[in-house]
Each structure stands twice: as structure tokens, then as C-alpha cells.
Design a protein around this ligand. Structure first.
Ligand code: SF4
Length: 330
């Protein structure tokens, strides 16, 4: 049954109160918020902003990436230019040298990033590549004063332990979308394999960074399923990418989400995940345009800065100015 427009202020206030009291909001409440009419949209964003302020204050989490091994991936993620299955213009190269990774970490630090994440394409690194990368990460840890993240595909407990010993504090592995939409996006591995890696990360004592991509053709209700899986897992950090369709991939012609739809999604994620760091990640420039700063007052408290894996971002100076102007401490 459709709700009366006039019932939304009450609903939004009740959900905000619940989130502030650290109670998990219900699936039915989140679903009702999806239909928030335009005249109450700002009220929803403001509620998410207050929940962010309550749990995260003005803390801002900025992360800069290096794509340390690009392309030649045997998986078939429909959004990804790095899959060998698609004819894309993605640059391919083997694992970067120690010096390349060190230089990138120094540049991230100099630009003002709080974290530096080393990312490699593919399901998992070979044992030789993993050991080589471990040495690079040890050097970064010894020489650059920056928090270290890694995103190296599927992970077992032994590798997690080695990464921790090398100085890595957070591991990223995205579940990408809802459990029941996953097979539309990836057929070469299962959703449960991704969840299993995140459980390994959490059990190892590493901080878990886990999010995904919106705008891949999923229904709004499936975004909620995605958010509630993250809430169940109790991940620490949730990067929300907004599809930036890559030529040559199956999602090349996916329709673009409206900024209002994206901001509403960010706000609802904050209400479902009050404790998490919520990061606006890839695709924000293309999809949010002039509304990027608004995402920082709609529940988000982090961003990936300095470009993404296969696409460029806007200038770090512009991003950090926007963060300061939104009232965050850097
Ligand atoms: S997202 Fe990762 S696993 Fe999937 S195709 Fe791209 S590089 Fe491979």
C-alpha cells in the first residue's frame, strides 16, 4: 500500500531516532524510505547527516589507490574494464616494482590522503607475486607515514596474517551488489566466495572495507539487500561506487542514475550502517556532478581521491577543498 506523502516526516524522524539510539532499522522502514517524495527528500538527507555527525563526528577518511597490477583478469565482472573477456582500452601491466609503489605512497601522503591502498587485478595473486608485493608493502610501511590498505582479491587466513605483519591495517574486498543480483554481474565466482573473504578479513583482525557499485541495473530494493548484508557482516568501511560504464564491457550502455537517486541511496546506507565509514568512490564525478559535495552532507564521510583503477578522478586539491567546505576535518 502506498504511503501518504504527509506520513514521511514522521517516518524519517522515527528512523533517525532509531539509528541514533544504535538500533538496526528494519527492512520495511528502509523500503518505505526508498519512496520518499521529493518534498521530503532533503529531510531524509539531513537525518542521515545527523546520524553521521553522531557516530563519526567530523572525521573524514580519504584514500588514494595504486593499481599495482592492471588487466588480464580471468573473471567476468560485467562492469570491469580489466577482464580479459571484454574488448576494452584498459592498460595492462604486471605487478609494479617496489619503487613504483613507494613513489605512489609518497605522492598519496603528500596530497593529503589518510590511507593508501594497493590494488591488484584478478582473483588472487600467485604465491611469488604475493611475496614480492609483501616486501613492497613492508617498505612502504617502514618509509611512509600513511595507513596501509590492500585489495588483492580472494584471501585466506595465512595471507591475511602476513599482510597484517607487513603493516596493512585494512583489506578491501567488495561484494559489489545484492546476493540475488550478483549472478547478473559475475558468473565466474559466487557471491558467497566474496563474503567468505570478508569473514576471513574480519577474523584476522584486519579492518574490513567492503562495498560495491550502484547503477548496474539492480532494483532499488536490491540496493537495500546489499546494504543489509554489509550491516550483518559489520564491515568498517563501505565504498559506494556509482557505475561509470566502460566502453567494451557488458554494462557499457547502462542507464545513468539521477543524482537525487544516488544521494537518497547514500542517506539510506548511512541509516542502515550508522557506524561505518561510508566512502563515495568511483563514478562520483560523472554521476553526481555538482552534487558531489552534497553526498558529504547526506551520510558519507569518506572519499577515494586522486583517481580510480582504470579512470581518472578530478584534482585532489578540488576534492580536499570540497571536503573542508563540507565541514570535515582532514
Ligand atoms: S573487478 Fe577484479 S575480479 Fe572482477 S574482472 Fe575486474 S579485476 Fe577481475
Amino acid at each position: 500500500m502506498k504511503r501518504e506523502t504527509t506520513s514521511y516526516p514522521k517516518l524519517i524522524d522515527a528512523v533517525e531516532e532509531k539509528a541514533l539510539a544504535d538500533e538496526q532499522i528494519s527492512r520495511a522502514e528502509a523500503e518505505a524510505l526508498l519512496d520518499t517524495p521529493d518534498e521530503h527528500w532533503l529531510r531524509l538527507l539531513a537525518a542521515a547527516d545527523r546520524v553521521r555527525i553522531h557516530f563519526k563526528g567530523s572525521h573524514f577518511d580519504s584514500c588514494s589507490l595504486i593499481n599495482a597490477r592492471s588487466g588480464r583478469c580471468g573473471e567476468d565482472c560485467a562492469f570491469c574494464a580489466q577482464s580479459v573477456r571484454y574488448n576494452t582500452d584498459c592498460e595492462t601491466y604486471p605487478l609494479r616494482s617496489d619503487d613504483d609503489i613507494l613513489d605512489a605512497a609518497r605522492a598519496a601522503k603528500a596530497a593529503g590522503a589518510a590511507r593508501f591502498c594497493t590494488v591488484t587485478s584478478g582473483g588472487a595473486l600467485s604465491p611469488q607475486e604475493f611475496d614480492r608485493l609483501l616486501q613492497s608493502l613492508e617498505k612502504v610501511h617502514a618509509e611512509v607515514d600513511i595507513a596501509l590498505d590492500a585489495s588483492l582479491g580472494f584471501l585466506d587466513a595465512k595471507r591475511a596474517e602476513k599482510l597484517r605483519a607487513a603493516g596493512v591495517t585494512r583489506y578491501n574486498h567488495n561484494i559489489e551488489t545484492s546476493p540475488d543480483y550478483y549472478a547478473q554481474i559475475v558468473t565466474t565466482h559466487r557471491f558467497e566466495q566474496r563474503v567468505s573473504t570478508i569473514r576471513t578479513v574480519l577474523n584476522s583482525g584486519l579492518s574490513a572495507c567492503c562495498g560495491g557499485i550502484i547503477g548496474m541495473g539492480e532494483a532499488p530494493a536490491q540496493r537495500l539487500d546489499f546494504a543489509f548484508v554489509l550491516a550483518d557482516l559489520q564491515v568498517d568501511c563501505v565504498p559506494i561506487n556509482i557505475l561509470n560504464p566502460r566502453p567494451g564491457t557488458p554494462l557499457e550502455h547502462a542507464p545513468q542514475l539521477e543524482p537525487r537517486e544516488i544521494l537518497k541511496t547514500v542517506a539510506i546506507f548511512r541509516l542502515i550502517l550508522p557506524h561505518a565509514t561510508i566512502k563515495i568512490a568511483g563514478g562520483r564525478e560523472r554521476n553526481l556532478g555538482d552534487f558531489q559535495g552534497m553526498a558529504l552532507r547526506a551520510g558519507a564521510n569518506g572519499m577515494i581521491i586522486g583517481g580510480y583503477l582504470t579512470t581518472a578522478g578530478r584534482s585532489v586539491e578540488d576534492d580536499l577543498r570540497m571536503v573542508r567546505e563540507a565541514g570535515f576535518a582532514i
